[in-house]
Design a protein around this ligand. Structure first.
Ligand code: UD1
Length: 421
């Protein structure tokens, strides 16, 4: 197993190019199950979660030509419809093949994702919506067994809770269903928007893209002809590097981003006293005179993303005063707190609310353990300013979603190396 060794208290400086969004690429790859042609995708992030989904697609019978950030994928040869436990246990997002497999083949089996470090994360809303479209779903021996012998039929779905993956699964299923589907209380995340746009470019009639009501005209089961496309930039990777600049109080530019997607984070950074210059495809952060504390409530897009909560908590530990962070989306997404405490942070938890008493220069280096993807990057951020050496263990979590993190931070001047346990 690898770990990261980081020597803290370094300033960083420079410019970092942001890669394609993992959370956009995953549903887009799943959507290729609906394709009649070779699908060409560029700006694909080179991270483990993408390799995991590609492994699953290969197990289902897909073939592809994959060169780091570009792929041409052919799913016309698909001859299996089971997503096994072996794959799903390593990545919950494998559930995204459920909608497209069912829509295309009329049956499929997907292992039930278990809980995960950040909470229970059920998939009941995905299943309820597919049932409303005519699917028969049985949970047996840890598998979701779904059938729709007569195909899926469009209907009106009202999500009780906004769900990113649920919206994506239903948009994909609805594209090949008979008749119209209306999704009410749909997710508006940029990753959902890109999925809808790619499907629209492939000939599916979709309206309300980017709003909370999406309407899809199903084509009755005809496979789609995809146009080549590039994955949108990763707003969470972008936000994480902005936090690296902020926690070290440095000047940093991120490029290949869509600033609009970062707005909730940019406003919080400005509230904390940092300078933010928005370019067309870039953002520059400049140092604060004094890093001020903030209040954050995580919520659905366009609100503050839960996937940036841990990184901002690390940042709040060096602010001058008390910050309040309310995690509204996942009940257990505070695993990084105990590790930040080991580094000398002053954080107390009360239900979903973390109170962070920030003090400049209070963190020190020690051994810490990554517990989930974004918690891992929070520990790396804290280590950049901790006095002495920090070892971040179990960084396989980090590798699921960050492309060459230590290489990029080294380019910015950080002292960070990957070593074997
Ligand atoms: C996606 C992102 C993840 C991000 C999350 C919220 C991907 C691959 N992952 O996860 O990084 O943190 O959105 O922005 O894009 N829920 C249910 N029942 C369901 C589905 C969801 O109760 O059937 C609950 C969840 O437990 C959670 C909330 O709804 O509390 C939002 O979850 P959801 O938007 O579905 O998250 P994911 O799509 O899994």
């Amino acid at each position: 197993m690898d770990f990261l060794k980081i020597n803290g208290t370094k300033k960083i400086e420079g410019s970092i190019e942001i890669t394609g969004a993992k959370n956009a690429a995953l549903p887009l790859l799943a959507a290729t199950i609906l394709a009649s042609n070779n699908v060409m995708i560029s700006n694909l992030p080179n991270v483990v979660d993408i390799k995991t989904l590609l492994k699953l697609l290969r197990m289902l019978g897909a073939t592809f030509d994959h060169k780091i950030n570009d792929i041409t994928i052919n799913t016309t040869s698909l001859n299996k419809t089971q997503a096994t436990y072996e794959i799903v246990k390593t990545m919950r997002a494998s559930i995204l093949v459920l909608g497209p497999l069912l829509a295309r083949f009329g049956h499929c089996e997907v292992s039930l994702p278990g809980g995960c470090a950040i909470g229970q994360r059920p998939v009941d809303l995905h299943l309820k919506a597919l049932e409303a479209m005519g699917a028969v779903i049985e949970i047996k021996a840890g598998y979701i067994k779904a059938t729709a012998p007569n195909g899926l039929t469009g209907t009106t779905i009202v999500f009780d809770k906004i769900t990113v993956g649920g919206t994506e699964n239903i948009v994909m299923a609805a594209a090949l269903a008979k008749g119209n589907t209306t999704i009410i209380n749909a997710a508006k995340e940029p990753e959902v928007v890109q999925l809808c746009e790619v499907l629209r470019d492939a000939g599916v009639e979709i309206t309300g893209i980017g709003t909370n009501t999406i309407e899809i005209v199903g084509n009755g089961g005809k496979l789609l002809e995809f146009k080549p496309f590039a994955v949108i930039p990763d707003r969470i990777e972008a936000g994480t590097y902005l936090c690296a600049g902020a926690i070290t109080n440095s000047t940093l530019t991120i490029t290949n981003v869509i600033p609009k997607h970062l707005e909730a984070m940019l406003v919080k950074l400005q509230e904390m006293g940092f300078g933010i210059q928005r370019g067309e495809n870039s953002v520059t952060l400049t140092p604060a005179n004094k890093i001020k504390p903030i209040h954050i409530t995580t919520t659905e897009y366009p609100g503050f993303p839960t996937d940036m909560q841990a990184q901002f908590m690390a940042l709040c530990t060096v602010a001058d005063g008390v910050s309040i962070i309310d995690e509204k989306l996942f009940e257990n997404r505070f695993m990084h707190v105990s590790e930040l405490l080991r580094m000398g942070a002053n954080i107390t938890l009360n239900g979903t609310v973390a109170t962070v008493v920030g003090t400049p220069n209070e963190l020190f280096g020690t051994d810490v353990m990554a517990t989930d993807l974004r918690a891992s990057s929070a520990l790396v951020l804290a280590a950049l300013v901790a006095e002495g050496e920090t070892k971040v263990h179990r960084i396989y979590h980090l590798d699921r979603g960050y492309d060459r993190l230590e290489e990029k931070l080294t380019l910015l001047g950080a002292d960070i190396v990957r070593e074997k346990e």
